[in-house]
Ligand binder design. Structure first.
Ligand SMILES: [Zn+2]
Ligand SMILES: [Zn+2]
Length: 293
């Protein structure tokens, strides 16, 4: 079984919801039969994600995320990073430092190291331009990204190197998304995920942050049983997210299975009421969904 819980569903600057990061759990039996999943993955961990995870750990079924009165970060085994914006990576410094100093092995001093997964371009930028400032110095020495994480760098569109698995059965394949362009499409690295149950062939599409580009994603969205797509509610010329008005131009059968996330604080003010009929609705945060039985 694969379960999927959005820590938050908000846009980058939203305040009523947390940021659009996901806790994915892989189970051999399922949450009704076992206390903790067999494998865990965070898709992104933004600047207020520690607050979101702290809230989630108090909910029924998520007790394994707690250690005394703290978040038990070693419960997180894998972290996939879609791109470098702070609403997707801003919580990593806390996670890395707590895994090193709070949850490190008291005898050997070795940190708990989760696996950090993304494309090589995202990983290089992530260290050089974001994490290095806070993480490269620890008492008495310099540290590198690999002192905090086991690193898995993927290569998009290269067979065998563009994916990783959870408990062997579930395959996560990354693809490029058209989020922010410097001068042309794909020149600033950002990614989405196509998730497959290799036993049943069922699939899920997760857009990551992206401009509207149905032509690029149509084949994956057609194949998937469920799609998660980022959305921007406010109209804007040349946006970096997918405008709701553009998403409405997708075929009806695609919209019906598409859940919208990464939305602004005004989603429930009325003008967007049609979303629940036309799409699979706005995703609600902190609710565990079963993606694959
Ligand atoms: Zn974002
Ligand atoms: Zn972004």
């Amino acid at each position: 079984m694969l379960t999927w819980t959005f820590l938050g569903v908000g846009a980058a600057f939203a305040k009523r919801n947390f940021q659009s990061n996901v806790l994915v759990e892989a189970w051999r039996k399922g949450p009704d039969y076992q206390e903790r999943p067999d494998d865990t993955l965070l898709i992104d961990f933004g600047s207020i994600a520690p607050l979101a995870l702290n809230e989630l750990r108090h909910k029924k079924g998520f007790g394994y995320l707690s250690n005394d009165r703290r978040i038990y970060y070693p419960a997180i085994r894998k972290i996939f990073i879609t791109h470098q914006h702070a609403d997707h990576i801003g919580g990593l410094e806390e996670l890395a430092l707590m895994n090193m100093f709070t949850f490190g092995d008291p005898d050997t001093g070795k940190p708990y190291k989760p696996q950090l997964i993304s494309s090589i371009n995202v990983l290089m930028n992530l260290w050089d331009n974001s994490l290095k400032g806070g993480l490269n110095t620890v008492p008495g020495k310099y540290a590198l990204l690999q002192d905090y994480f086991f690193i898995l760098s993927l290569v998009p569109e290269q067979q065998g190197r563009e994916s990783f698995n959870m408990i062997k059965r579930y395959r996560f394949k990354l693809f490029a998304t058209d989020h922010v362009q410097i001068t042309r499409k794909y020149d600033w690295p950002s990614h989405g995920l196509f998730v497959e149950d290799t036993q049943t062939g069922k699939a899920v599409f997760f857009s990551g942050d992206t401009r509207f580009d149905y032509a690029a994603y149509a084949e994956m969205m057609h194949r998937a049983q469920t799609c998660f797509h980022d959305v921007q509610l406010i109209e804007q010329k040349d946006p970096v997210h997918s405008l709701l008005s553009d998403l409405r131009t997708m075929p009806a059968e695609i919209k019906k299975k598409t859940c919208l996330y990464h939305y602004g604080d005004n989603w429930d003010e009325g003008p967007f009421d049609f979303v629940e009929d036309e799409f699979a609705g706005f995703v609600r945060q902190q609710e565990r969904m079963v993606l694959f039985e």
